[in-house]
Write a protein that binds this ligand. Structure first.
Ligand SMILES: [Zn+2]
Length: 172
């Protein structure tokens, strides 16, 4: 920042006090200055708004799983956490966003699971994906009252849970 600070423009300056928490959207370039010495605590939380971006990253990493294992593992963990939090909210709009992000990952995930041999990372991938699949199974088994699935938005379903388990949960 000290080398490029005078070349940046269009930013905003926010005065901030220690009793407040500042939330920044994912990917926000930021820097922190203090008037006097201070102790900082920063954290990364996963929100429903970030699910599509997370899904896009996971999809890309699945295509290069052989060279991107550690990053993929971490991203799947964060994504599983965000999916769990979102499903626990039980807000239908958020749930649909979560399902859409999952449906975007699934074709690549299924293809990768088919392609990999157990010793080439399939076993590892199944282990990483396990908690995520459990989140979906738990949710699908809780009799969700949603009537349409993003895979067929115009078709009303009698049992969303059964449809979801059959169509959108991979066998590991
Ligand atoms: Zn569906």
């Amino acid at each position: 920042m000290s080398s490029s600070g005078n070349k940046l423009s269009g930013g905003i300056l926010i005065g901030h006090k220690s009793e407040k928490v500042l939330f920044l959207p994912p990917g926000t370039l930021h820097a922190v200055w203090t008037k006097k010495g201070a102790f900082f605590l920063g954290g990364e939380i996963s929100l429903v708004e970030g699910l599509e971006v997370m899904a896009r990253f996971i999809r890309s990493q699945l295509m290069v799983v052989e060279t991107s294992k550690e990053m993929l593992k971490q991203d799947i963990e964060k994504y599983a956490e965000a999916i769990g939090e979102t499903l626990r909210l039980r807000r239908d709009v958020s749930t649909i966003l979560a399902i859409q992000s999952w449906l975007n990952i699934l074709p690549n995930l299924n293809e990768t699971l088919e392609r990999l041999k157990p010793e080439d990372g399939r076993r590892e991938l199944c282990k990483w994906i396990g908690p995520l699949v459990s989140e979906w199974q738990k949710w699908a088994g809780s009799n969700p009252h949603i009537k349409c699935c993003p895979c067929k938005p115009t078709k009303a379903l009698d049992s969303f849970g059964i449809h979801f388990k059959r169509s959108h949960i991979p066998a590991l």
